[in-house]
Design a protein around this ligand. Structure first.
Ligand SMILES: NC(=O)c1ccc[n+]([C@@H]2O[C@H](COP(=O)([O-])OP(=O)(O)OC[C@H]3O[C@@H](n4cnc5c(N)ncnc54)[C@H](OP(=O)(O)O)[C@@H]3O)[C@@H](O)[C@H]2O)c1
Length: 312
């Protein structure tokens, strides 16, 4: 019997594009793009990114759902999502290398004063600033998962002092580990460049706020590449405007696209990018998900299963 897989993303057109990425990887399977007007297709598996809530009311035979990204926060909010349906997230999918580059860019932008030099150029000023030492830039990475652990090691290999913070303890060569709420303040207090790579869960929503960002080194720099809802935007603006923080590189926002007229657009201390720090690569993603479906069908364990209680 042919395996039926429904692909439900933000539009039928985008779902069709994803189907054509999967079809060459598994030609024997039947990939069906979600369309609002179509009836139930009795799919065995679903592959999703921001699917319509009706997916889980219409498709009642699903054995598992595969998310086309690392973060499942939007999926977990769907009320019709059955409690016992296994959810599998994307692991890396070509994103780790992109994230390393993006974060190294942000760190060097801060530590080597590129924002100030860009302003000097626009003003026509030849204005060398005092050299900056790496030991003045301890880096803290929130989240030691698939992405955070690699990012932390790469930054450490450049000669920065790096710490990681996670829910459970991790031992990563060259990276000092802090874990749990009890060690969060100590982690913040040793950090000047803060990188957020946490999943968005009830425990991490609004975690970047006046109180936590205020515990960083003076003149600290924030790089948020995880989710917009981690950050209390008004608190960041206050800390930047009072001079408590040096600047921020932001890839994710509470509302995306970032609304016209939002204060972040023109802020001299903020660099904005449109959620591009790491993009899922279609071929890599299709191969990863198809491999996992084969494993499941053979009754073998797969990695990347979401812990429904923890929310990631
Ligand atoms: N901007 C983009 O384009 C983009 C692209 C990809 C991913 N992302 C974001 O990056 C996030 C991380 O991705 P990933 O693949 O690295 O995730 P992951 O492998 O699930 O890792 C998550 C890490 O966060 C830690 N964590 C979770 N809840 C915590 C809490 N309450 N307190 C402290 N630590 C906590 C986990 O701790 P344990 O190790 O103890 O479990 C783990 O180390 C995604 O969820 C997504 O939101 C953004």
């Amino acid at each position: 019997v042919t395996v039926k897989i429904i692909v439900a993303t933000r539009s039928t057109e985008k779902s069709r594009v994803w189907c054509s990425a999967f079809e060459p990887v598994w030609p024997e399977a039947h990939f069906i793009a979600w369309a609002d007007e179509q009836g139930a297709v009795d799919a065995d598996y679903a592959i999703v990114w921001g699917p319509p809530a009706e997916l889980f009311q219409r498709e009642l035979q699903l054995k598992a759902v595969f998310n086309l990204g690392s973060g499942v926060d939007a999926l977990m909010k769907l009320p019709a999502l059955p409690d016992n349906l296994p959810i599998v997230r994307l692991e890396d999918g070509g994103m780790v290398e992109q994230m390393v580059e993006y974060i190294v860019h942000g760190l060097v932008r801060a530590s080597r004063e590129f924002t100030a030099y860009e302003a000097s150029q626009r003003a026509g000023h030849w204005n060398p600033l005092p050299p900056i030492r790496r030991d003045e830039w301890p880096v803290g990475v929130m989240g030691m998962g698939t992405i955070g652990a690699v990012v932390a090691q790469r930054i450490a290999s450049l000669g920065y002092s790096v710490a990681g913070w996670s829910r459970s303890p991790h031992s990563i060569p060259g990276v000092r580990n802090y874990s749990g709420p009890g060690q969060f303040s100590a982690f913040l207090a040793r950090t000047r460049a803060l990188v957020n790579l946490l999943p968005l869960t009830p425990a991490t929503e609004n975690i970047l706020n006046r109180d936590t960002l205020g515990q960083l080194h003076p003149d600290a720099y924030l790089i948020n590449v995880a989710r917009g809802r981690h950050l209390v935007e008004a608190d960041l603006l206050d800390l930047l405007d009072s001079g408590r923080l040096k600047g921020a590189l932001l890839d994710v926002f509470r509302t995306e696209p970032l609304p016209a007229g939002h204060p972040f657009w023109q802020h001299p201390k903020i660099t904005v990018t449109p959620h591009i720090s790491a993009i899922t690569l279609a071929r890599n993603t299709a191969e990863q998900i198809v491999n996992k479906i084969h494993l499941m069908r053979r009754g073998q364990p797969v990695t990347g299963l979401i812990d429904r209680a923890a929310g990631y």
